[in-house]
Ligand binder design. Structure first.
Ligand code: DGY
Length: 384
């Protein structure tokens, strides 16, 4: 191992595997896991993002595995460099992996991990927060107070939208979308209309069960319906929340023409990936329709915003904080380290969605989540 470049910190110098981590991660357990697996860990400790070439340079020499960030591009150049350095494992410190070229990694025999399961409720809670913040004009009220404009209660001050018993539209009902749907339906007794290429029977059953419970108490039950098209959902919903993955089929899923299909008083929430919305079109739509509201955690050209977005009072903005709780970010670090350590130790892939066994006590001898496991011929724990 050569000498460390500026900005890098080395842990467990005597380790036999070299693991490069492009950003300091929260907590200590992830470092203990990698050290315990015999890894010397080099962490980029400066408060800035590494560029694509800097990542290639960091891998250079010998490198067995890497943990990277969703803000970095992991493509052919990075995976070729990792392969040439003797590497076999990469983990994205995220559940999303639109920044990773899995084809490329697979062609170089590199396992790609991600960190699902620990972001679900955390991100759903952020979507709920943005929904209410936008509908009830929380950011506008906060700014109003701070500017010293409050002169006393008024019948018509900053009136917003009541969500109780209205219609919720959720696009993408995977883990986060389904958790968000349940929070809003069970909390606010909203009727759900969802759009997804795959039917979510478990979610439908939960809502049917909740509906029966309401009926047993003499209340109107809630309903749940899978829409045939996105347009159908947009026309019907009072709140629309996006929870789809970003790929070529979902880029600009919500464009000017689809915004035009939404109710004028609707609330649009995005905690998935910014490019799902044509942000320029959203700025124009929000400007033309002051009653329309949006709550955004993610942006098309992160960290930048399209011109005009930050001036709109009917938009609530937060800086990609969906998973930003200590428990989740530490859990993500643990899963990322276990993915890399597991591949280096020759462990099989974990066959379950439940990640809790990895979070406390002695973790199972398995890689929590390897996206290309079957394509690389990595067995699953059950097969052994
Ligand atoms: C992810 O993991 O994909 C999230 O966007 C991080 O908050």
């Amino acid at each position: 191992m050569g000498s460390l470049s500026e900005g890098w910190t080395l842990y467990n110098a005597g380790g036999r595997h070299r693991v490069v981590v492009t950003r300091q991660l929260p907590g200590r357990r992830w470092l203990e896991i990698l050290s315990g697996a015999g890894c010397a860990v080099e962490v980029y400790s400066r408060d800035e993002h590494l560029g694509a070439e800097e990542i290639v340079a960091a891998i250079d020499g010998r490198c067995d595995g890497c943990i990277g960030q969703l803000t970095e591009l992991w493509g052919e150049a990075q995976f070729a460099a990792l392969k040439a350095a003797g590497g076999s494992a990469y983990c994205n410190y995220a559940v999303g992996h639109d920044n990773v070229d899995i084809e490329s990694a697979t062609s170089h025999g590199i396992a790609v991990g991600n960190t699902p399961g620990v972001l679900t409720e955390t991100t759903a809670e952020m979507a709920v927060s943005l929904t209410f913040a936008a509908a009830r004009r929380v950011a506008e009220g906060d700014a109003f107070m701070r500017r010293g404009l409050f002169r006393g209660w008024l019948p018509d001050l900053l009136l917003g939208e009541l969500l109780w018993r209205k219609t919720l539209g959720v696009i993408g009902v995977g883990r986060v979308g389904a958790a968000y749907a349940r929070m809003m339906v069970e909390g606010q007794k909203m009727d759900l209309v969802y759009y997804d290429v795959v039917r979510n029977e478990a979610l439908e059953e939960c809502i049917a069960g909740y509906g029966s419970y309401l009926a047993s108490r003499g209340e109107r039950p809630v309903s749940c319906r899978r829409a045939d098209t996105v347009v159908e959902l947009l026309r019907e919903a009072d709140v629309v929340s996006l929870h789809a993955c970003l790929d070529e089929s979902t880029r600009h899923l919500i464009d000017a023409s689809l915004l035009g299909q939404m109710k004028q008083s609707a609330v649009l929430v995005n905690t998935s990936r910014g490019p799902l919305i044509d942000e320029e079109a959203l700025v124009a739509h929000c400007r033309a329709n002051p009653g329309f509201k949006a709550g955004l955690d993610v942006f098309e050209d992160e960290p930048d915003m399209k011109p005009g977005l930050s001036e709109l009072e009917n938009v609530v903005l937060v800086p990609h904080l969906g998973s930003a709780t200590t428990w989740t970010r530490e859990g993500m670090a643990v899963l990322a380290s276990l993915n890399v350590a597991g591949v280096l130790l020759g462990y099989p892939a974990w066959p379950h969605d439940d990640m809790r066994p990895f979070l406390v006590g002695r973790p199972p001898e398995a890689c929590p989540s390897i996206l290309n496991a079957s394509r690389l011929g990595i067995s699953t724990l059950n097969d052994r």
